[in-house]
Design a binder for this molecule. Structure first.
Ligand SMILES: *[C@@H]1O[C@H](CO)[C@@H](O)[C@H](O)[C@H]1NC(C)=O
Ligand SMILES: *[C@@H]1O[C@H](CO)[C@@H](O)[C@H](O)[C@H]1NC(C)=O
Ligand SMILES: *[C@@H]1O[C@H](CO)[C@@H](O)[C@H](O)[C@H]1NC(C)=O
Ligand SMILES: *[C@@H]1O[C@H](CO)[C@@H](O)[C@H](O)[C@H]1NC(C)=O
Ligand SMILES: *[C@@H]1O[C@H](CO)[C@@H](O)[C@H](O)[C@H]1NC(C)=O
Ligand SMILES: *[C@@H]1O[C@H](CO)[C@@H](O)[C@H](O)[C@H]1NC(C)=O
Ligand SMILES: *[C@@H]1O[C@H](CO)[C@@H](O)[C@H](O)[C@H]1NC(C)=O
Length: 506
């Protein structure tokens, strides 16, 4: 009896040990059985929106594991700008990697709330991007918990420098229990899978150093060897400094970026809106920080965004104007409420007018606000149909100037890299002026929804007026911006003054 109880306790202890303290491929088989397919779906969807998802997610995983271990510390946003992702090395971390994890986490939380760590989701998403880019697939060990430390100051020296020697590379990988072969396999993944430029074009040192050259040649000649070594290395990478059992926590993968990317669903006309999101978002965060330092908890993020928008327009040479203030921040931010509320690049005049009218904006307001396309750029996808598949009889949209169409075709060949972008105003892309309207008059509107403002007789005269008379355009723009700033505002006791623009107040 005594012995049996002892043995049972021992077995229970062993099972607990395994369940609590170690990574396992079946860690969530009971608590979140659909985990893999949920992540796979989100990743596939995200890759279809932007190819950058692939390198961005891989790199994010690597950076995360090498600093504090694979514990999602890289996802933390700090109001002081001193979290891990704020370190100078973060510059290569594209917003799309973060967004992939956020979206996958959101989908997972819907099915199995508070069960799966951000660190595991990043590990799974990384396997998915590799597999969906044509690389190998493998079983991911799971059971990581999210770390409790994320400090920019702890990044330096933990990531390989682009100019590192072989000895330096080996040393930094060895610190993470990775061999030279692991290191070469992981480096190879970067160029081979992602850029599809063949192995090691940038990592010269791996080829030139006789100590690593044979491995490089082997991997270059034997994809099977490379894939096997890559899988081994990725599994080992996924074990670096992991927290399991009772260490760390299961966390939301950063509410901030979530709200940020939802706001930036406003960048409707880009399949790569996520890369545009970062800077606009960052502008508001920085302005809010500066404002909080002087007058804490007084000014809403909504007002700061309205002011910052006015300021960027003025700095680009556009009109300046007084901004009405007193907005409060909303309490709802849901991606599902975006669809149907933003104009699409292929809209006709009726559709444009309808969607602006819903927001108390007239056709003249709509035309003036479209003039904001005097600044900024677009990826190729939203207008590719105008170059290649407009209609059976005319592949190129006849409302597009032939010379401009030729130029756009050169910038945006079929199957163009989705990262390529072109200026929306080909003449003065950095100046806020009325050249956008002059372009429309000569059939150089980029989107269907731009050109239609000139081709439709109901709006043509306004376009001609704005093209001829910059003063009229600027005055109409100020009127429209002021009206835009009144749309659905919360005032008085509704909403709140957010402390952190990226998260609802607790
Ligand atoms: C990257 O780090 C720099 C400071 O080194 C910071 O200014 C910037 O905001 C960070 N970028 C992101 C996207 O976190
Ligand atoms: C690599 O570049 C960094 C900064 O550019 C420099 O500090 C470092 O010494 C360089 N390392 C080598 C091995 O050249
Ligand atoms: C490397 O492996 C050893 C032995 O398994 C382990 O104790 C150590 O924590 C590992 N180091 C890292 C950075 O994961
Ligand atoms: C980006 O744009 C695509 C297509 O226009 C849209 O489906 C997607 O929701 C947008 N994503 C974000 C985060 O803005
Ligand atoms: C605009 O598009 C809508 C939806 O496709 C269509 O019903 C309508 O007839 C179009 N209007 C014009 C003027 O082409
Ligand atoms: C622009 O239009 C206004 C009337 O709205 C007129 O007073 C002004 O002279 C025009 N300016 C030019 C340059 O035509
Ligand atoms: C449009 O204006 C009306 C009347 O001022 C107002 O009640 C309504 O809330 C406004 N709609 C939006 C979306 O701001």
């Amino acid at each position: 009896m005594e012995v049996r109880t002892g043995l049972m306790l021992f077995l229970v202890f062993m099972i607990l040990q395994k369940g609590e303290g170690q990574l396992s491929e079946t860690f969530y088989s009971k608590t979140c059985p659909k985990l893999e397919s949920i992540v796979k779906q989100v990743v596939a969807n995200k890759i279809s929106q932007t190819f950058v998802t692939i390198p961005a997610t891989l790199r994010l995983f690597f950076h995360d594991c090498f600093v504090e271990g694979c514990d999602a510390s890289v996802l933390i946003a700090s109001p002081n700008g001193d979290a891990e992702k704020d370190a100078p090395d973060n510059l290569s971390l594209a917003g799309d990697g973060f967004d992939t994890v956020i979206k996958a986490k959101q989908a997972v939380e819907n099915k199995c709330p508070r069960v799966v760590s951000c660190a595991d989701i990043l590990a799974l998403a990384t396997k998915e991007v590799v597999a969906q880019a044509g690389g190998p697939s493998w079983k991911v060990e799971l059971g990581r918990r999210d770390g409790l430390i994320s400090q920019a100051s702890r990044v330096a020296g933990n990531l390989p420098e682009p100019n590192a020697t072989l000895i330096q590379l080996n040393a930094i990988f060895a610190k993470n229990n990775l061999t030279q072969t692991d290191m070469i396999a992981l480096s190879g993944a970067h160029t081979n899978l992602v850029a599809k430029k063949g192995l090691f074009t940038s990592d010269e040192v791996l080829f030139t150093n006789p100590a690593s050259q044979p491995t490089v040649i082997d991997f270059a000649q034997n994809p099977g060897d490379f894939n096997a070594a890559f899988i081994t290395a990725m599994r080992k990478l996924g074990r670096v400094g992991v927290k399991t059992g009772k260490a760390g926590q299961i966390r939301g993968c950063d509410a901030s970026v979530m709200i940020a990317s939802r706001n930036h669903d406003a960048e409707k006309d880009s399949s790569d809106n996520l890369s545009l999101a970062g800077d606009g978002f960052d502008t508001v965060i920085k302005a809010k920080k500066a404002v909080e330092a002087k007058c804490p908890k007084v000014v809403s993020c909504a007002d700061i965004l309205a002011i910052a928008t006015r300021d960027v327009i003025a700095l680009a040479g556009g009109p300046s104007y007084k901004v009405e203030l007193g907005r409060r921040d909303g309490l709802v931010s849901q991606a599902s409420r975006v669809a149907g509320n933003l104009p699409e690049p292929n809209f006709n005049l009726t559709q444009l007018n309808t969607i602006f009218a819903k927001n108390n904006l007239s056709q003249t307001d709509m035309i003036a606000l479209s003039g904001a396309h005097t600044l900024g750029f677009s990826h190729c996808k939203p207008f590719a149909n105008r170059l290649y598949s407009f209609s059976p009889s005319s592949p190129v949209d006849p409302d597009l100037d032939p010379t401009y169409a030729e130029q756009l075709k050169q910038d945006c060949p079929p199957n163009v890299d989705p990262r390529i972008a072109v200026d929306m105003d080909p003449r003065t892309p950095r100046k806020f002026d009325n050249v956008y309207f002059k372009n429309l008059v000569v059939k150089k509107g980029l989107f269907t929804s731009d050109q239609v403002l000139f081709t439709d007789p109901a709006s043509k005269q306004t376009v001609i007026d704005f093209a001829k008379n910059q003063t009229n355009f600027k005055a109409a723009f100020v009127t429209a911006m002021t009206k835009l700033g009144r749309v659905g505002v919360k005032t008085g006791k509704t909403g709140e003054i957010r402390v952190d623009c990226t998260a609802f107040n607790a």
